[in-house]
Write a new protein. Structure first.
Length: 286
């Protein structure tokens, strides 16, 4: 039996997507195993707070996200409706994961600006607006979308046979948000670089710049893949971005906590949370 060029291209995209999701899951589990000792030290010794709860959600939500993607890509399925349901779930989990990761660095930027109330008010308006718009676009686009499975036997998984250009909008909003926060961090770093030589301040600024740059570049890449690619390719980097951002956010949070713990143990013999946990200004810790 002969298959069309579209059938072959779609089947190849499903195979590549499956391999990439399996690689992502392997990488995530490997990273978790390597940092397990550090992870449990942080969970046992750090004070319970809202930020610690945010850490737990950010850290463990990708396990659910990856399990869901592997299930839909490795399990034979001839029901496009089931694919649609899982795609909507995937979109929701991805947005929640991205929001949790971003919240860490919004809090850090807020601390860098000495708990500026104008910045806080702006974030409280912008974040719900962007999240609501992203969820609305994702759900209204994916819910009525047409899904298809491979016509070639032995190829499992499904993909959107009708793509929508509106899927790039959430990543456009995220890239603008990342760029604004990056500029705020750079402005604050330039203002305080000489007056605040604290190593904790320097690491905080470097973490912010690296995270925002990665988030911005991933968002730009997802904009182009959403507009230019077809089959499974156009959503291939979505979950990859969410996984990497969650990994960066949790690793940097543990690193900053460990630095603050070592500093406080050396100075006073007590353990204290890093500034962003109790929202005290960074300058006060110098």
């Amino acid at each position: 039996m002969e298959y069309s060029t579209d059938d072959i291209a779609a089947a190849r995209s499903l195979q590549i997507a499956t391999h990439i999701y399996a690689s992502m899951a392997t990488f995530w589990i490997y990273d978790y195993a390597c940092s397990l000792h550090e992870e449990w030290i942080f969970l046992l010794l750090s004070h319970w707070s809202k930020v610690k709860g945010l850490y737990i959600v950010t850290r463990y939500l990708p396990f659910i996200l990856l399990a869901e993607k592997l299930y839909i890509n490795l399990t034979p399925n001839d029901n496009p409706g089931k694919c649609r349901v899982f795609d909507v779930i995937d979109s929701g989990l991805g947005i929640v994961s991205a929001v949790c990761s971003e919240c860490f660095f919004v809090l850090r930027t807020y601390a860098l600006w000495n708990n500026n109330r104008i910045l806080l008010a702006a974030m409280l308006v912008i974040i719900p607006t962007f999240v609501g718009a992203s969820m609305g676009i994702a759900f209204t686009t994916n819910a009525p979308a047409v899904f298809a499975t491979s016509a070639i036997p032995g190829i499992v998984g499904c993909y959107q046979s009708s793509t929508s250009f509106r899927l790039f909008i959430p990543f456009l909003l995220l890239s603008v948000f990342e760029l604004v926060l990056l500029m705020l961090t750079l402005i604050r770093a330039i203002q305080n670089w000489r007056t605040n030589p604290s190593r904790l301040f320097v690491v905080l600024v470097k973490h912010n710049i690296f995270y925002y740059t990665c988030g911005f570049l991933f968002s730009v890449a997802n904009i182009f893949t959403s507009l230019l690619l077809q089959y499974s390719y156009h959503t291939l980097l979505y979950d990859f971005q969410f996984i990497i951002l969650a990994m960066l956010a949790t690793r940097m949070h543990r690193n900053l906590w460990r630095m603050a713990m070592n500093r406080d143990a050396h100075n006073s013999g007590t353990l204290a949370d890093i500034p962003m946990l109790d929202m005290s200004p960074v300058n006060s810790t110098a």
